[in-house]
Design a protein around this ligand. Structure first.
Ligand code: FES
Ligand code: FE
Length: 445
């Protein structure tokens, strides 16, 4: 039987592959022949990007920021979220809000700073001003408006939905969307593994941000973030560095990497890798790259984890690393540091990436320094990993210029292994694409 995921959640058991492989069907899964194909038009087409904006970014829960970025009342950060200008702010009363950064008069941005603390948002065009809860504060010359002009109703418009899970705030532009907790499904367990690293359960975004563009379609970074198949080739420089630093990176028997890790379907299009750790974790597991002087400190962190969480849970937190993808565009890399990153398409062949380091609020200066070192040296834009990943993704995008002649991407690694999918397989990548197909190729929104 040929199974075609045609976007409406149903499979069609008809026809042979060649007939169905037309340009209007982008994701083709053939369970009989164990093939999974993605049409490369999805990486180059402006029309498909338009559909993604309406059917994915306007419908899904999209990460906007972390509560720790708004420590004081009236703190704010301005962000582009799913193409909209948004003020992520904690108002005077302490309530976290996401307000559209759009003047109610004639539409200018009312907050032009990236971040700060402000008692009001002020539009420089005609001087309308707003309180940090979004309510209207002042309108110059308001006596000129007609008698039925309702000044009170002219506050900044909040995003339709704003919810959080353990201080990770998400917005949704669909007021009828299911709640965030339901949406996150199994991804919650993996966020818990991150948050459990803090003795008080309080993690914080560490000041400073990495921002860069990649000349590649945004979906390539979803794939790349969770794809352990590319590790030994793309990241050979880093693996050599690890080897030279005395870390054992000999592949496990019958496996490409030193440990056997898994790719996991978390439901609703979310997915993760889950690997027994060989890279070390400055938060809980020492390896030689951290230097002898760090050993006692890292051992102490480990001890605190065991005391607080018990052996088993501490081992889960400390001895595995995970690259989590919350559909569609949030990735949390919980490895040698915790990197929170999201990325948006700015064109079919270009994305904008923003990445933050996350850490327990209780960390000492030395622990924080180790964390930031790891954040920079592996995932940073000049680190061991990211430049090589960017090069690979941009090469793929360049290859897609021939999408008409070489139209199909193969994502069939691990198909047929129903029991377990390795992180070096592509089963978890297929999870993303099935959800993508359901939303983009499904009925018009
Ligand atoms: Fe903001 Fe006129 S556009 S005051
Ligand atoms: Fe990589």
């Amino acid at each position: 039987m040929t199974t075609v995921y045609n976007g409406n959640g149903h499979s069609n058991g008809h026809g042979n592959g060649s007939q169905e492989r037309n340009q209007e069907r982008y994701i083709v899964e053939d369970l009989e022949n164990l093939t999974f194909s993605v049409h490369r038009k999805v990486f180059v087409s402006p029309e498909i990007l338009f559909d993604e904006e309406r059917r994915i970014f306007d419908k899904c829960w999209i990460y906007v920021g972390h509560a720790s970025e708004l420590k004081q009342p009236n703190d704010f950060r301005t962000r582009q979220v799913a193409g909209r200008p948004v003020i992520f702010t904690r108002d005077k009363q302490g309530t976290v809000r996401a307000l559209l950064n759009v003047c109610r008069h004639r539409g200018a941005l009312v907050c032009r700073e990236r971040e700060g603390n402000a008692r009001q948002f002020y539009c420089i065009y005609h001087g309308w001003s707003y309180n940090t809860d979004g309510s209207i504060k002042g309108i110059p010359g308001d006596d000129a408006y007609p008698p039925n002009f309702d000044k009170k109703s002219k506050g900044l418009v909040p995003v339709p939905r704003l919810e959080h899970y353990k201080d990770f705030y998400f917005v949704n532009f669909d007021k009828d969307a299911p709640d965030l907790h339901t949406y996150l499904a199994g991804a919650k367990d993996y966020i818990d593994l991150v948050v459990d690293q803090s003795p008080s359960g309080r993690m914080e975004i560490i000041s400073g941000v990495q921002e860069y563009d990649i000349k590649a379609n945004w979906k390539l970074l979803v794939e790349n973030s969770v794809d352990d198949y590319h590790l030994v080739t793309t990241h050979s420089t880093w693996l050599n560095y690890m080897r030279n630093s005395g870390v054992n990176i000999t592949p496990a028997k019958g496996h490409m990497l030193p440990t056997k890790g898994f790719g996991i379907d978390l439901g609703n299009g979310h997915l993760t890798t889950d690997n027994p750790n060989y890279r070390g974790r400055p938060v809980a597991k020492w390896i030689s790259v951290y230097g002898e002087e760090a050993k006692a400190d890292i051992d102490a962190i480990r001890k605190e984890l065991v005391t607080r969480l018990g052996e088993q849970r501490a081992a889960r937190v400390a001895d595995t690393n995970r690259n989590l993808c919350v559909f569609p565009n949030l990735v949390i890399n919980d490895g040698s540091s915790v990197t929170v990153r999201n990325f948006y398409p700015v064109a079919p062949d270009r994305m904008r990436v923003t990445a933050w380091a996350l850490g327990p609020v209780e960390e000492t200066e030395a622990q924080r320094a180790r964390r930031l070192h790891a954040f920079l040296t592996f995932y940073g834009p000049g680190g061991f990993a990211t430049p090589d990943d960017v090069a690979a993704l941009e090469l793929a995008q360049q290859g897609y210029a021939a999408w008409r002649e070489v139209p199909w991407t193969d994502l069939s690694r691990g198909m047929g292994n129903s029991q377990e999918q390795l992180a070096t397989d592509e089963g978890h990548l297929r999870v993303f694409w099935r959800k993508w197909s359901e939303l983009v190729e499904g009925k018009a929104a």
